[in-house]
Design a protein around this ligand. Structure first.
Ligand SMILES: NC(=O)c1ccc[n+]([C@@H]2O[C@H](COP(=O)([O-])OP(=O)(O)OC[C@H]3O[C@@H](n4cnc5c(N)ncnc54)[C@H](OP(=O)(O)O)[C@@H]3O)[C@@H](O)[C@H]2O)c1
Length: 439
């Protein structure tokens, strides 16, 4: 049975408004986990009287109660209590598609604006939810859904909206960046770096969404929505895993002046959105090459303003809570000016392709014998692909020898038939690892 409770007597500092002050914006929080708790702490500690926390909603709410929350805040495990309340803004921080989707829709239909950090919901239903908010004259803000505390989405909404953006690229998943950075600096196997990330709380027990690119492509779909005004489903974006990266790849990448990072990129060219997520070689001296541990970086490319970079903490309760509170303040400012409808941009629905033209890094693991390079070169030549270099470090066991061929720029679609043929050769121990080189 849903329970609702409030201790009547003590008023929160944020509840007090002086005679000349505008009424405070009433805020209901749904989801009292890592981010929700950090948001509540900032709201309860803030001397700013313009925001007033009125409700905290979570399943089994009794165990969530905190002594630092003012007595007049209502604790409930019933969403309907929040939707029927006089809250002006609902903050959704439970995550996932359901019931978060029903809550966001219900709150908008109940006349409330909404702030959310929910990347899965916005990546899949963002355009429709924005349309609903607009038709009801309410606001929907989701600045924390990509890159946590890095204010890239608010920048797309305001500081960069005067440009015509055509490209967005980023390191959007802190777990992958932590694991790849650890393999790079400690030259440990992937499995060891993953275990370490899990032990430190940087990776979940089942980290597939992170490692295989599902998390990053949802974020890329949101960036494409906000920055390129395109409607793209996450599933339309190809995602390659980082599980195939080995310490030896960092040795060979270093020979090429590069390191390896999980890069998410989207380039809008006429009616095609070139987009993908996956491990890629990037120059060590580039902004991407310098991103360490669990930081996030987003680079935007605009027709008029050129390239702009955003770097910072991509996750964590406090940095993400800052992004949520910033959205809340933005919504509150508009509320005090009276309700108004913010028409979303006209969205295009481009064809989505992963057929980028780049140079390529091909790493083979072979049982060594004479004639291997000649056989591979023959297949590449038959597919009109030009070799740029062949790298073979000394000292490896001939029974499992890793070596690298780099290719001059060609389209992904030209390369893949050749890759299939090469990986099927009897001296190949594993399928060839193929990574784009982003110069
Ligand atoms: N953590 C980050 O660094 C970060 C960064 C960027 C964006 N985000 C996004 O922020 C949102 C919240 O993330 P989080 O890390 O705070 O998650 P979390 O720690 O798992 O917190 C979620 C909270 O919502 C509650 N909840 C879940 N399902 C519910 C339901 N059906 N009914 C009622 N309450 C429910 C949970 O209750 P229980 O305690 O019972 O599970 C928990 O208290 C997610 O959309 C996430 O993707 C998080």
């Amino acid at each position: 049975m849903p329970k609702t409770s409030a201790k009547p007597a003590v008023r929160s500092p944020a509840a007090r408004t002086g005679p000349s002050r505008a009424p405070a914006c009433r805020v209901a929080l749904i989801g009292f986990g890592t981010v929700g708790r950090a948001v509540a702490k900032i709201l309860c500690a803030s001397p700013d009287h313009s925001l007033r926390l009125t409700h905290i909603c979570n399943r089994n709410v009794e165990r969530k109660k905190q002594p630092w929350v003012p007595d007049d805040v209502i604790w409930t495990d019933d969403f309907q209590t929040v939707l029927a309340s006089d809250a002006d803004v609902v903050i959704e921080l439970i995550g996932g598609l359901s019931p978060a989707g029903e809550i966001v829709r219900g709150a908008l239909q109940a006349g409330k604006s909404v702030v959310t950090a929910n990347k899965q919901l916005i990546a899949r239903h963002g355009p429709d939810l924005l349309q609903l908010a607009s038709s009801l004259g309410r606001q929907l803000e989701f600045g924390a859904s990509v890159a946590g505390g890095v204010p890239v989405l608010p920048a797309l909404r305001t500081g960069l909206c005067g440009d015509r953006l055509h490209g967005i690229a980023g390191i959007l998943n802190g777990t992958c960046n932590y694991i790849l950075s650890r393999i790079e600096t400690a030259r440990i196997p992937f499995s060891e770096a993953l275990e370490e990330a899990q032990a430190r709380g940087y990776a979940e027990a089942d980290a597939s969404e992170d490692l295989d690119g599902g998390d990053a492509r949802a974020k890329l779909a949101i960036l494409a929505l906000a920055g390129l005004q395109t409607r793209v489903t996450p599933e339309a974006v190809r995602a390659r895993t980082i599980r195939t990266i080995d310490a030896v790849d960092f040795d060979y990448a270093a020979e090429l002046g590069c390191t390896i990072r999980q890069i998410s990129r989207a380039d809008l060219k006429e009616a095609t959105l070139f987009a993908e997520v996956g491990p890629s070689l990037v120059p060590t001296s580039s902004p991407f090459g310098r991103v360490q541990a669990n930081q996030n970086l987003v680079l935007t490319s605009g027709k008029h303003g050129g390239d702009v970079a955003f770097l910072g903490a991509g996750a964590g309760g406090d940095p993400t809570a800052v992004a949520v509170i910033s959205d809340l303040m933005f919504v509150a400012q508009h509320l005090s000016a009276g309700p108004r409808s913010h028409a979303p941009h006209q969205l295009s629905s481009p064809r989505v392709s992963c057929d980028f033209e780049t140079p390529w890094y091909l790493r083979f693991l072979v049982r060594d014998r004479p004639g291997i390079v000649a056989r591979l070169a023959e297949i590449l030549a038959a597919h009109h692909l030009n070799i740029d270099s062949v790298l073979q470090k000394p000292g490896f066991d001939k029974a499992a020898l890793p070596f690298v061929i780099t290719l001059e720029p060609c389209r992904d679609s030209m390369l893949h038939p050749a890759l299939e043929k090469m990986s099927a050769l009897d001296f190949c121990i594993k399928p060839c690892l193929c990574l784009p080189i982003l110069r």
